[in-house]
Design a protein around this ligand. Sequence first.
Ligand code: ZN
Ligand code: ZN
Length: 588
Amino acid sequence: MQKRFLFFILIALISFMDANAKLPAPDMNTRFDQYKEHFVLDMWKVYPGWASSVGYHMYDSVLVVPDDASRAKELSFCKANLDSLKKFSIAGLSDANKIDYYLIENQLKYAEWGIKEEKAWEWNPASYNVSEGFANMLGNDYADINARLRSFYARMAYVEDYYAAAKKNIKNPTKEHTQLGMEQNSGGMSVFSEDLEEALKKSTLPDAEKAAIKDRAAQVISAIRRYSSWLGKFPHSSPRSFRLGKELYDKKFAFEIQSGYTAEQIYKKAIVHKNELHASMYDITKKLWPKYMAAKALPADKSVAIKQLIDVLSAKHTEPDSFQAAIEHQMPELVAFIKNKDLIYIDPSKPLVVRREPAYMAGVAGASISAPGPYDKNGNTYYNVGSLSGWDKDKAESYLREYNHYILQILNIHEAIPGHYTQLVYANQSPSIIKSIFGNNAMIEGWAVYGERMMLESGYDGDRGVNSTEASPEMWLMYYKWNLRSTCNTILDYSVHTRNMSKEDAMKLLVDEAFQQQAEAEGKWKRVSVTQVQLDCYFTGYTEIYDFREELKKKMGAKFSLKQFHEQFLSYGSAPVKYIKQLMLEKK
Ligand code: ZN
Ligand code: ZN
């Protein structure tokens, strides 16, 4: 007995020593946590404007002059940290740290690629604009107004050099980005006149200091004006195309989206999905036609038939005065339905605050989520709802038809529950400054878009109550129309930047195939001609999550639980879907 006991102790001791010799994982994770803290603090020195925008105000008085020296500094920061990362073995890190590792690595390589290969700093004049950073200093109440104005004053001292460096950088810009640069820079000048005047009125700084601020602001306005007029006179002898081209596009997609698929694979999936959506929409249209159109004959052209039915269904909508109330009313219904169907746990201690859109956001009507930044953990999460008061009748009617009875429900699923807001609550449970700074947009948007389909598949329909097992065909038709938007965003972005799609064909896609209004389609064309890849994030994230869920369902058979899938999926925070998938599969 005794001998055997001793043997066990020996075995235990040996395995204990062995574990120590390999440097156990907890130690590696502690070191990695320390590294991350340093990394972020160093990063804010290189990117002071970014720091201010996420609520870290140590470097508010600094504006980086975008010259060779600052690019060299950025590159050496990237290189030094890519070297530091190599000291950690990924296998020894916790799941949370593994993802942080990948996010940091991706960010550093993305930044290097931007400077050396994408070179938007040479061809995108709109990438130079000082007004937003200054506007945030006036508009956000993070410190005493006098302190903010002093930082504002110190920061203005860099503006002259800033635009001088911008002019030196710009070579062969695209016409579209030149135009945008003019518009946005001119639009931002009010920050240094009206907005600054307002702030000065609230401040108790001595008159001499106020006068110095105003003098310097006048110089800033003049520098912005000179930059805009320089852009206006740019000769454009052989302008670069606004189309990014396949080689750069593929790389940008890889850095920005961090998908398990290539850009081309996603494009092909989007085409297939669009055709499936059209087929389902036509089936519903045929079914609902007699109910809404009485004796009117079904048009021979399928798209025309679908469009006519959508037009009729869109007439069911709320009124301007009850728009916010309609949204507020739906929140508890969504929560009750999710609870009843056991779809995902929703923490009742973190209620969502629905509020009227604050003034500084006004103009961008609609609805959006405002989440507290990484340096403001205790802040509220708001659901901002645009007000339609003061809108003329036609504009309000067109808006309400767009966000009609059906689409408004889908919007609430997307923005709030179980979409962005629910995802945020989960993300905040495993706090990581890295994930809140480099959070993956395709996962964030993809989750919200996935949530729409998941809710409809589970039977959600505001008209049918918490026990509904099937959404109405009207609801499905509108959902398909809504889903066509993100699907066609991807088709549009890829086609325009890598396949030379003309504006005419783009309009056909958006108006005839995605049932958008002319004005919306025009706006989308403008957006796609000055951005690249961002429009892909909705469909890519959605497809990856949906495909992964179906794969897992097949694999696990009867053991698969939707609730468990959702909760585990969200527990990794705002990480790229491919890494969540990898970690979840390791655990199966
Ligand atoms: Zn109406
Ligand atoms: Zn969204």
